[in-house]
Design a protein around this ligand. Structure first.
Ligand code: RP5
Length: 296
């Protein structure tokens, strides 16, 4: 097993950029651009934040992707075409009376981390400004919950590998085979298992005895985040012994893999992999937290 040289940085507090411009509030985002499936508009405010500057006056660009608007909930629309919130957050229907199951009740967070709202009732990103208002590519106002499985495998030579996928989005980065919570998932760990099966072919239900439990629950520094919509995740880990039967860990090959991934690989856990910026969104910090749990 390869241990990190330094303590993992908390995934819930990505490194704050150094502010060189005048502002009372700095941004704690590090991950701007290149992680989405749709292009985000140019935003000078976003570029400044990316460079570690907080512009004053702050002039964000408003953007909600057409695909989000096209799939906004409306009475009578099939669930598959209503995964996004209505554009007016005041029109988010009451789940009980409308029968609509929103993934998280509006105003709630996976982490129970409170967030504020502005005068139009729009949720305010608790981690600061992004240069974009609206929802960008995200369907829900406020927190958009996801789940991430971290599957380690011990190798015979005592090194460790982790199952990663290369994302087929603008980032093409390596990531855990996780995904968004679907209203039909009974629990968030069921989301992790479903996403893992869909993206890699691995059935986690067969590997329950190797579970290490929850590693992380909280905010994700995801390139799709905006000032009003952001990702949160719940990450769980498994540690498979080197002699786990090979029929239990069969993964897709190039001919069977989903169109959400470019490749699937057992990647050796090296010091290099644990460096910031090697993996998608906050996955590097979450991987470090998982390694710490393994070594503790
Ligand atoms: C990240 O986005 C989460 O950690 C999760 O891995 C992923 C979910 O988004 P999709 O893979 O569904 O695009 O923030």
């Amino acid at each position: 097993m390869v241990l990190p040289r330094k303590l993992p940085q908390s995934p819930s507090s990505p490194s704050a950029p150094t502010s060189q411009m005048m502002s009372s509030k700095t941004s704690s985002h590090t991950n701007y651009g290149m992680g989405s499936r749709v292009p985000y508009p140019l935003s000078a405010a976003r570029d400044a934040l990316k460079a570690g500057l907080v512009p004053e006056p702050y002039r964000p660009v408003s953007f909600t992707a057409p695909v989000v608007l096209a799939n906004a909930w409306a009475m009578g629309k099939p669930p598959a075409q209503s995964w996004a919130d209505p554009e007016d957050p005041n029109e988010i229907p009451d789940q009980i009376t409308s029968g609509r199951k929103r993934v998280m009740p509006y105003g709630n967070s996976l982490t129970n981390c409170p967030f504020e709202r502005d005068s139009s009732n729009l949720p305010i990103n608790p981690m600061g400004k992004t240069g974009i208002t609206g929802r960008g590519e995200l369907g829900l106002w406020g927190p958009n919950p996801a789940a991430d499985p971290i599957i380690f495998r011990s190798n015979k030579d005592k090194t460790l590998s982790v199952l990663l996928v290369q994302r087929a989005d603008g980032s093409k980065q390596w990531a855990f085979p996780g995904g968004m919570v679907d209203p039909t998932d009974s629990t968030i760990s069921a989301t992790a298992a479903r996403e893992c099966r869909e993206e890699t072919g691995l059935t986690l239900e067969n590997l329950a005895k190797y579970s290490l439990g929850e590693i992380y629950r909280g905010y994700v520094d995801d390139a799709r985040n905006t000032d009003n919509a952001w990702m949160e995740t719940n990450a769980f880990a498994w540690l498979l012994p080197f002699d786990v039967p090979s029929n239990k860990i069969k993964i897709f090959d190039a001919s069977t893999q989903s169109d959400e991934t470019l490749s699937i690989m057992w990647v050796p856990v090296t010091d290099d992999l644990l460096q910031d910026g090697k993996l998608f969104a906050s996955h590097g910090a979450i991987l470090r937290a998982a390694i710490q749990k393994l070594s503790g």
